[in-house]
Design a protein around this ligand. Structure first.
Ligand SMILES: Nc1ncnc2c1ncn2[C@@H]1O[C@H](COP(=O)(O)OP(=O)(O)O)[C@@H](O)[C@H]1O
Ligand SMILES: [Mg+2]
Length: 166
């Protein structure tokens, strides 16, 4: 995409600060993380803002990279995704993004796409082999087992792929 087209596409997603602002601390660190960083662990107690940080950072990423922004948020079970999806409705609907329940995917006006997935078994990951994402985030296995929130590993790709574990 040439520069002018990219600028136009980016304008199609309102600046993320109109619907979401990072809190001081880890969320601001996440948003200001240099593009050269490809893995981020976002830890902390439940309620510390990890999920919101990842959802909010996605808006900034989508605004910047348009159709090159392709994200995947993974949880072990669909039930674990429900609250995240509900929060994403609050944040993304005002931006003109459309959610498709069957695909569990948000499509933004500038072409950015964010998909939610649950991988109950390791074999479920096969369905995503060969896909290329500019952002992935997942909850680490040990925090699932202990019930503790642990961190977030955003993964950065062609538009800087960043992986977060929350
Ligand atoms: N930057 C923010 N702006 C507005 N609300 C926020 C922000 N960060 C977190 N919250 C709210 O605080 C609560 C806890 O945040 P959450 O991301 O769910 O924490 P965690 O995932 O670490 O358990 C949620 O209700 C969330 O919407
Ligand atoms: Mg959370």
């Amino acid at each position: 995409m040439v520069g002018a087209d990219r600028d136009k596409a980016a304008a199609a997603v309102k600046p993320y600060t109109t619907v979401w602002k990072p809190q001081p601390g880890p969320q601001t660190d996440l948003l200001t993380c240099p593009a050269s960083i490809t893995e981020i662990f976002f830890g902390g107690a439940r309620g510390g803002g990890k999920t919101d940080g990842v959802l909010g950072e996605w808006i900034a990423h989508a605004s910047r990279y348009g159709k090159d922004a392709i994200g995947l948020m993974i949880r072990r079970e669909l039930t674990q995704l429900v609250e995240t999806i509900e929060r994403s409705r609050v944040l993304y609907t005002p931006l003109g993004a459309r959610y498709t329940t069957a695909e569990k995917m948000w499509a933004f006006p500038n072409g950015a796409r964010l998909r939610f997935a649950y991988l109950e078994r390791d074999a479920d990951a096969d369905a995503y082999q060969g896909h290329s994402y500019s952002r992935t985030s997942r909850r680490p296995a040990h925090s699932q087992a202990s019930g503790q929130s642990c961190g977030c590993r955003p993964h950065c790709g062609p538009a800087p792929a960043c992986q977060s574990v929350w």
